[in-house]
Design a protein around this ligand. Structure first.
Ligand SMILES: Nc1ncnc2c1ncn2[C@@H]1O[C@H](COP(=O)(O)OP(=O)(O)O)[C@@H](O)[C@H]1O
Ligand SMILES: [Mg+2]
Ligand SMILES: [Zn+2]
Length: 550
């Protein structure tokens, strides 16, 4: 019968225990000097070696060797390994949690060891004991017979009563560092005859999150059913994680502000059944690795990647500013955090992509940075849209945005310096007025500065209703008429979002224009992304606003 790797392989001697040197040192010393405690409490995350170490201690206490104990080979060590040594009693508190079980235990404690030197009780998952059972156990812990050693193990030490804690020597098992895990798994593989690449081990270690058992379990599932070979591809396939290539590509699309392409690419990846939350975490790691690669001479030490992959990362890192990397990390971390509570993590990821493509992480900084719409498909449409070229110009001139907001409107009216054929460079060299021509014209209308008002609306709105802020960047105030004002939205999602917030926006516009006006909402671009409906539906969920797409 096939036996899982983590069952098949268990350290037989202390030297084989990974990443718990601080504990191994203490126990080895106590065994050697016959100064072991009567009761131990092993705490720590699952799969870090608590049960393993408990058995090693039990062996050490009963080992027949004159040398290093446990030896792992004497009759007693072997019997304990096979689970048929009478004086080592393992109790799984999860399934034996009643007071009767503990009474039984107390009964059995009365009898001295029959075969070994010491009677060892290993109580696993001890936090599962009922209160009465704890109380019964406590009595035994208080006055254990001379020949008894208790080893309690738990993943949830905070659930134990202080009375138990105070009677045990507590040892905390740590998550095993990746480098130790890699080395350890490589040794295990060599022993068992598994041919595994270093890349594969790195990925496994990164995903085991400090648990040796989880690491072995991943490894196991990558080999079972196949030959005894494991490479990175197989591991990634099993984990459902994306390869570096995907992240390099996606990050590149975001850098080039190709929103539509990036979303489509994401769709492709996710339709393969990849987990959205895992994807977010992996993408964050990618950005983190880019940062390491960008600033470290020898990133190998902190970036768990092959030299080849690091070289590819280096090329990407070279074309990214630290600010871009930082923004990527911040944006995705925020979304990943929110995604934990969301039933629709995917929309958050899509929003993160949209925001990253917009080119700045904080809405406030985005006052005039345009939502980067995908290039309209029919070429003439682009030429026909007068707004398009100036918008592009504005995109490049990110910095002056805030300056402008603070300026009083009359000063601006005096500076309609921007020509119709404004170029990006021109906008850059005129930081005081980076506004597109259209809005410069619009501000003459009725004496209002549309952009200024739009920003003010959202500065107010931000305080009252943070979520509507995403409208600011994806729609703009085009004109203010006597009884109406016109808002142009980038797509139906934002159009609908504006519609849903009509009262709110109208109210704020009134506040800043001095009269009540009705909002007209237009679509800026008829080349609506097909996925808008889906996005809108999902967005309703997240934003808590009902969004309908007509
Ligand atoms: N520190 C470790 N060193 C080596 N192997 C380990 C370690 N921790 C766990 N393992 C592996 O995982 C399996 C389960 O470990 P176990 O000791 O039962 O973990 P825990 O009791 O902490 O949940 C072991 O059989 C072994 O293969
Ligand atoms: Mg255990
Ligand atoms: Zn032995």
């Amino acid at each position: 019968m096939y036996k899982a790797l983590y069952r098949q392989y268990r350290p037989e001697v202390f030297e084989e225990v990974l990443g718990q040197d601080h504990i191994v040192r203490i126990l080895k010393n106590q065994i050697a000097t016959d100064s072991t405690s009567h009761a131990y409490l092993f705490c720590g995350t699952r799969g870090t070696g608590k049960t393993t170490t408990a058995r090693l201690l039990a062996k050490g206490l009963n080992c027949l060797s004159d040398g290093e104990r446990p030896c792992g080979v004497c009759a007693n060590c072997q019997a304990i390994k096979d689970g048929n040594f009478l004086d080592v009693i393992e109790i799984d508190a999860a399934s034996n949690n009643g007071v009767d079980n503990v009474r039984e235990l107390r009964e059995s404690v009365k009898y001295p060891p029959s075969a070994g030197r010491r009677k060892v009780y290993i109580i696993d998952e001890v936090h599962m004991l009922s209160t009465e059972a704890f109380n019964a156990l406590l009595k035994t812990l208080e006055e254990p017979p001379e020949y008894v050693t208790f080893i309690l193990a738990t993943t949830e030490v905070h659930k134990l009563p202080a009375t138990v804690l105070s009677r045990c020597m507590r040892l905390d098992f740590k998550r095993v560092p990746e480098s130790v895990l890699i080395k350890g798994m490589a040794d295990i593989c060599a022993k068992i005859g598994i041919d595994v690449t270093e890349d594969a081990l790195r990925i496994i270690a990164a995903n085991a999150d400090g648990s040796v058992r989880d690491g072995l379990s991943i490894l196991d599932q990558c080999i079972s059913g196949r030959d005894m070979k494991v490479d990175a591809e197989e591991v990634l396939e099993f984990l459902g994680a994306s390869g570096y290539e995907d992240f390099i590509e996606l990050t590149d699309m975001v850098r080039k502000k190709r929103t539509e392409e990036a979303i489509a690419f994401l769709n492709g990846i996710l339709s393969d059944g990849k987990d959205v939350r895992q994807f977010m975490r992996d993408w964050i790691s990618h950005y983190r690795n880019l940062m390491m690669v960008k600033f470290m001479r020898n990133p190998e030490t902190v970036v768990s990647m092959s030299a080849e992959n690091i070289e590819r990362m280096r090329r990407q890192a070279a074309v990214l500013e630290l600010e871009d990397i930082n923004r990527g990390i911040m944006e995705l971390s925020t979304m990943a955090n929110e995604a934990r509570w969301s039933t629709q993590p995917r929309i958050l990821l899509e929003l993160a992509i949209v925001r990253l493509c917009m080119g700045a992480g904080q809405i406030r900084e985005l006052t005039e940075v345009e939502f980067t719409e995908p290039e309209p498909v029919p070429a003439p449409a682009k030429k026909a849209s007068p707004a398009k070229a100036p918008e592009a110009a504005v995109k490049k001139a990110e910095e002056p945005a805030l300056v402008k907001v603070e300026e009083p409107a009359p000063v601006k009216a005096e500076e309609p310096v921007i020509e119709t054929q404004v170029k990006p460079e021109a906008a850059e060299s005129a930081p005081v007025e980076p506004a597109p021509v259209e809005s410069a014209l619009a501000e003459m209308q009725n004496g209002f500065d549309c952009e200024d008002i739009w920003n003010k609306v959202f500065e107010d709105g931000e305080n009252e209703k943070g979520s509507i802020n995403i409208i600011r960047n994806s729609a703009r105030l085009k004109s203010i008429e006597d009884r109406t004002f016109t808002v142009e939205a980038n797509n139906t999602f934002f159009k609908d979002l504006a519609e849903k917030n009509r009262q709110f926006i109208e109210h704020l516009v009134e506040k800043h224009t001095g009269a009540h006006r009705r909002m007209n909402i237009k679509l800026a671009n008829s080349n609506e992304e097909r996925s808008a409906e889906e996005i809108a539906a999902e967005a309703s969920d997240i934003l808590g606003i009902k969004v309908e797409v007509k």
